[in-house]
Each structure stands twice: as C-alpha cells, then as structure tokens.
Write a protein that binds this ligand. Structure first.
Ligand SMILES: Nc1ncnc2c1ncn2[C@@H]1O[C@H](COP(=O)(O)OP(=O)(O)OP(=O)(O)O)[C@@H](O)[C@H]1O
Length: 289
C-alpha cells in the first residue's frame, strides 16, 4: 500500500539558518500522527512544505503520490488544511462562507460535506447565521476546522487545532478526529503543544527538535525509551507519603503486606508523554547547543 506522505532528507534553509536538517517521515493511510516540538523547531515549516505553500531547500517529498512543488488544484482539493489562525471575512455569516467554499470543490468531482452536516460535525449549528466577526475564539477555531474538512479530504493537516477550545469543545474535537480516522480512513497530521491531547489522538508521535526528528513511535514505545521511576503516593495514619520505585508493583505489594488496611489514597504515576517529551528535548537541545 502506498504511503500518503513520504519525506526523505527534507532540508529547509532561511537565509543562512538551517531550520530543517534532513527530516525523514512516512505516513500510511488512516494514520493519525502528532508532530511535537518546542517553539521554532520547524513544525509549521514542515507542514507548509507538505501542503505546497513553501518551497523546500532540499530532499524528496511526495504527498498523495505528488511532489507538492508540482501540486495542481485537483491535488489541493484532496487535502484539508487548518492553519494556525486566519481572521478575515468578518462580515460573512458562518453558513454563507461554508456554502461558498464548498462550491470550489465541485469541479473536482469530490463528494464534499453539506453545510448542515459540517456545522453539526464541528458543533456550530447554533451559530450558522452568526457573523464571523462576533464568533468567540473557540467558535472561530471550530469554523477553521470546518473549512479544513469541507472537501472531505483524504489527508488533513491540523496546525494547533484546539488552541482556545474549552474542555467540552476539545473532547468533541477528539471524537471528530477519531471518527474521521476510523470511519473515513482520513490520514491526519497534527501539531499540538498539548501532550495529553497528542497521547489521546495520535497512533504515532514524532518529536522534532532543532530541525531533526529525535523520536518516532507510539506513546507507549516512546515511554519505554526513557527509563523513569514510578511515583507512588499513599497515606497511613493520616500522614501522606510519596515514594519513587523502579518496580512499583513490587513496592505496593510489600506495602500492603506490611501495613494492610492502614494504607489509603494509593496512586501510582508512571512516566507520561510529557515526562518523555521534556527528557528528549532536554537531551537533544543539549547535543545541538
Ligand atoms: N519566512 C521565514 N523566514 C525566515 N525564518 C523563518 C521563516 N519562517 C519561519 N522561520 C524560522 O524557522 C524556524 C522554525 O519555524 P516554525 O514556524 O516552522 O516553527 P514551529 O516548530 O512551527 O514553532 P511554533 O511551535 O512556535 O509554532 C524559526 O526559528 C522561525 O523563526
């Protein structure tokens, strides 16, 4: 099966600064990949090259089998793009704008979403007749997502899609991403600074530091690469304790053998994606500094 995204040796240089220094990345159909990395690591640059918005300095790139530098409108119509932010068309109403944009996909014979279906998917049904200028930040972001989805894309790029979402909007959005990947086989590449979100959404996590990929795998695979003690919290006789141990199960077993019913409020915290991420960024920033 062909890859939806194939990147090898991707390089990008602005003036005399190297921003991408040989990035290799493949993405299969229906995969959800979260691209993580500190501010300025090169995430947006990578995505914009894949979308055909920036011309790379070197390397091979194929997106849906096409070099983005040669991508025509029919190729663009197969992509969905949610950029970091855009704030224009303030006088348009939500339904009007989506209806207008949907018409662009007609010549390409693609089955695009109906406006009402799309409004329902992103939770904007009640704002259908609201002017864009008066949408809240989170509602505006939902509209951005709707615009990215309108042509029922095979490949969806989401650049920090949930910035400014409230917890309910975030949970709804996670449901939408799972639905797109599981039911429609949409391939999704997203960037986020919310590691909890990356862990929930992505099949694969890629960490970019200083223009190089330093980790690529599932959240569980990455966690195994950073050995870390588990933290065990409990209370006994009204006093709270925190202990770290390599083998948390064994520690807890011994704790109960010794103190039995006296133990309360037990919690075991293993390495999270955040711990792994911070550790990897620290290691690799040190190397390249
Ligand atoms: N047009 C440009 N000209 C010169 N330098 C640029 C240009 N666009 C981006 N850069 C630089 O390239 C580097 C990578 O930027 P990029 O926006 O890709 O990072 P990012 O990982 O998306 O960061 P963030 O998490 O802050 O969005 C930064 O140092 C940035 O200043």
């Amino acid at each position: 099966m062909g890859m939806v995204i194939e990147v090898s040796g991707l390089r990008m240089r602005y003036g005399d600064t190297d921003v991408l220094r040989g990035v290799d990345l493949n993405l299969a159909r229906g995969e959800v990949l979260a691209l993580l990395g500190p501010n300025g690591a090169g995430k947006t640059t990578t995505i914009e090259i894949l979308e055909g918005f920036r011309t790379r300095s070197g390397g091979d790139v194929r997106v849906l089998g096409v070099d983005p530098a040669d991508g025509d409108e029919a190729w663009h119509a197969r992509l969905g793009i949610v950029l970091q932010s855009w704030r224009d068309h303030g006088r348009w109403r939500v339904r009007e704008l989506l209806g207008h944009l949907g018409r662009f996909y007609r010549p390409y014979g693609r089955e695009h979403y109906g406006v009402d279906e799309l409004l329902g998917l992103v939770g904007l049904t009640e704002q259908a007749d609201t002017r864009l200028a008066v949408l809240s930040g989170g509602q505006r972001r939902r509209l951005d997502v709707a615009i990215g989805l309108i042509g029922r894309p095979e490949l969806l790029f989401l650049d920090e899609p949930t910035a400014s979402f409230d917890p309910q909007a975030r949970q709804d959005f996670h449901g939408l991403v799972h639905r797109l990947a599981d039911l429609d086989d949409t391939t999704i590449l997203l960037t986020t600074h919310d590691l909890d979100e990356a862990e929930k959404l992505a099949d694969r996590i890629v960490i970019l530091v200083d223009g190089r990929i330093v980790a690529d795998g599932s959240a569980a695979e990455l966690a195994r690469r950073v050995p870390r003690k588990a933290e065990i919290r409990f209370s006994r006789d009204g006093e709270h304790f925190v202990h770290s141990a390599e083998d948390a199960t064994r520690y807890v077993r011994e704790l109960f053998l010794q103190y039995g019913d006296e133990i309360g409020d037990l919690e075991v915290r293993r390495a999270t994606l955040e711990d792994v991420y911070l550790e990897m960024v620290k290691q690799h920033e040190k190397v390249s500094a």
